[in-house]
Design a protein around this ligand. Structure first.
Ligand code: NCD
Length: 338
């Protein structure tokens, strides 16, 4: 694992390894070394973010646009801070879903923004695949800030960084991802990333909250927390994504909590020092009990938020590093490689 000091641009004899893609649209398709590259860079930014002066100039003169078609608190703020700490100009656009229709209007928005020459666009959208579509239309780097129930790559990277910094590795860990897997882009990105990095993933949920064919992603499937949590190192809880549900997926919230909510009793089934994660926003008393969510020794939920800023700085830095000037005329990936 190579540590990269993000401040150090000149002294080393060899150039730091590059992240070899134009965009970050998902974890699927990345290699172990792509992921290591981003996590190693992020480690440097964690240190930078803990100093009084948190800024460097990696994005000086660059423009980042946050284009959020879905509501978000932590992800948008995190990208905004990341862009500003790298010295970039950051514009936030929250697009009310009611005023935006799919298809042409999404492309129109993208083309309008593209004409203003941003260097990076962070896009969150309610439809799976929308961010990829938009990435094909613009000249700048695109980061997927979450598309429907498809992928949320920076969340998986920040989760991996959180685990790696606490346990020193990802390889060989047993990770239980529990709850509404069907509607979760966080689950999908994490399954890809953890599998690529050599961890073993189980998903634990009622059958109604597991997509059919999920085993094909290489995960072990459990419908009971008692077997699903047994001996695991990490318990990753997911929010019930009611806004994506068409119809009824659980009999009642009370019953859901009783069988699938994480509380102290169920947590005893995991390894004695198992750690708890949740991407937020949390629904206390629905998928997680406050006693375990707030356990300062075992809950990593606050660290996850801290790691989010560092990971997003690393991603933005890695993407703009690939941009040569003048970007639009001299696109090293012009052949259409992602
Ligand atoms: C997640 C998301 O938006 O997919 N939240 C986040 O980015 N921190 C998970 C969720 O909304 O439940």
């Amino acid at each position: 694992m190579t540590m990269i000091d993000p401040q150090d641009r000149s002294s080393g004899t060899e150039a730091p390894p590059r992240y070899p893609h134009r965009h970050l649209l998902g974890i699927e398709g990345l290699t172990r070394s792509d992921i290591d590259n981003l996590l190693d860079r992020s480690d440097g930014y964690v240190e930078q973010n803990r100093r009084a002066d948190k800024k460097n100039a990696s994005l000086r003169g660059r423009t980042l646009i946050n284009l959020f078609f879905e509501n978000s608190t932590r992800t948008r703020t995190s990208f905004e801070l990341a862009g500003k700490r790298l010295g970039g100009d950051v514009i936030n656009m929250s697009v009310g879903t009611s005023s935006i229709k799919k298809g042409e209007s999404l492309i129109d928005t993208a083309m309008t923004l593209n004409a203003m020459h941003p260097d990076a666009l962070v896009v969150r959208h309610g439809e799976s695949g929308a961010v990829q579509l938009l990435a094909q239309k613009v000249n700048c780097a695109v980061v997927n800030g979450g598309d429907g129930s498809h992928e949320h790559p920076t969340q998986a990277l920040l989760d991996a960084l959180t685990i790696r910094r606490r346990l020193g590795r990802l390889e060989g860990l047993e990770v239980a991802i529990c709850g509404d897997v069907t509607h979760s882009r966080v689950a999908r990105s994490n399954i890809h990333l953890l599998s690529i990095m050599g961890a073993r993933v189980r998903v634990v949920a009622p059958p109604t909250l597991l997509p059919s064919g999920i085993e094909r992603m290489g995960v072990e499937v459990h419908h009971d927390m008692r077997t699903g949590l047994k001996g695991c190192d990490i318990v990753m809880m997911l929010r019930l994504q009611t806004e994506r549900m068409r119809g009824s997926f659980v009999p009642s919230v009370r019953e859901y909590f009783r069988y699938f909510g994480l509380d102290e009793i169920k947590l005893r089934l995991a390894k004695p020092d198992a750690l708890i994660m949740h991407p937020g926003p949390m629904n206390r008393g629905v998928e997680i009990d406050s006693v375990v969510a707030d356990d300062i020794d075992r809950s990593l939920i606050r660290e996850q938020v801290e790691m989010g800023v560092a990971v997003r700085m690393a991603v933005l830095e890695a993407l703009v590093e690939n941009q040569t000037e003048p970007w639009a005329k001299n696109d090293p990936y012009a052949a259409g490689a992602a």
